[in-house]
Design a protein around this ligand. Structure first.
Ligand code: ATP
Ligand code: MP5
Length: 288
């Protein structure tokens, strides 16, 4: 980890080397999710973002119509290129596409000392499908994520669909979040953040952080917007940004929750379908 700043989110002074974060994820041609969301979030959080691209998706506000997974060796090479040279303060995974990519990423993370109990914390967002239901992960890759990737995660950030796919636990109300967190924690991550965005009937959006013993609620209002594309990526990237600056997991998750609430509050319509959460709220309106 490179240095520590008390205020996660502060812009680094001109010329100062910022903290760094790496996203290992797919590209969203529509710019709302995937590495595009992650890079916007890293910038907005004052962190230098780096990417290991796993797949190219053909995607817009209506969904994903196609994708091409990159060769696993190329994914690993990207991680190996940036880790020793630029330094990785924190890493996050998103769309990993195939079991081969999952296993190669695990190996490359080990070599780069990325993962729970190692020098660089790892946030695993176990992305299985887009918000429109399009698959972003091969069926056999789900087992690789569950059995081999989650055990090296510092923090796992599943949504409720991913909880069901990975553990079989069905959550239909806020009361079920703790059981989901316990089932997810049994899969091996040090911390679990269960995202409650899909509990549409709940007037609030209360995510749950769990370390295997204690759970902490992350409260927030549920905003009346359909435009939440990229919300999960944005939250995980904001958490990774705070981790890269030396925050503890609870501090980083609280920062991430504050960040995503502002991003959802500013979400905007774009295209005929679902618009993205916003990174603009962090952009200065000083004229160039
Ligand atoms: N309408 C909303 N109002 C406020 N916060 C929301 C809303 N929808 C989602 N969130 C928050 O956004 C974050 C992402 O939650 P969600 O459960 O939607 O994850 P996700 O399904 O992985 O996201 P996505 O698929 O949209 O990228 C969580 O912190 C959640 O509480
Ligand atoms: C490349 C990529 N990564 C992740 C998502 C998930 O985001 P969402 O659930 O908002 O569709 C996505 N659609 N595309």
């Amino acid at each position: 980890m490179t240095g520590r700043r008390a205020e996660p989110g502060a812009v680094p002074p001109p010329g100062a080397t910022p903290n760094t974060a790496l996203t290992i994820a797919g590209s969203d041609s529509g710019g709302g999710a995937g590495i595009q969301a992650d890079l916007k979030t890293f910038l907005a959080c004052g962190v230098h973002g780096m990417t290991a691209l796993t797949a190219v998706t053909v995607q817009n506000s209506l969904g994903v119509t196609d994708f091409l997974a990159l060769p696993p060796s190329l994914v690993a090479a990207q991680i190996r290129a940036v880790a020793p040279d630029l330094g990785v303060g924190a890493a996050k995974t998103g769309m990993l596409a195939s079991a081969e990519i999952v296993d190669t990423v695990i190996e490359a993370c080990g070599q780069a000392s990325i993962g729970a109990g190692r020098s660089t914390p790892l946030v695993v967002d176990p992305v299985a499908a887009s918000m429109h239901g399009d698959s972003l992960l091969a069926l056999d890759a789900l087992a690789a994520v569950r059995d081999r990737l989650l055990p090296i995660a510092t923090l796992a950030t599943p949504n409720l669909d991913e909880v069901r796919l990975l553990t079989g636990v069905e959550v239909t109300s806020r009361a079920g979040l703790r059981k989901a967190a316990e089932a997810m924690h049994e899969l091996g991550p040090s911390w679990v953040l269960i995202k409650a965005g899909h509990l549409a009937e709940d007037p609030e959006c209360v995510d749950l952080l769990f370390d295997g013993a204690e759970s902490h609620e992350l409260p927030g209002p549920r905003m009346r917007t359909p435009h939440t594309h990229g919300g999960g990526d944005t939250l995980a990237a904001a958490v990774a940004s705070a981790l890269s600056r030396g925050c503890s997991v609870p501090e980083a998750v609280r920062f991430g929750k504050r960040y995503i609430m502002r991003a959802v509050a500013g979400a905007y319509p774009l295209g005929a379908g679902t618009g993205p959460v916003s990174a603009f709220w962090r952009v200065s309106d000083d004229p160039v």
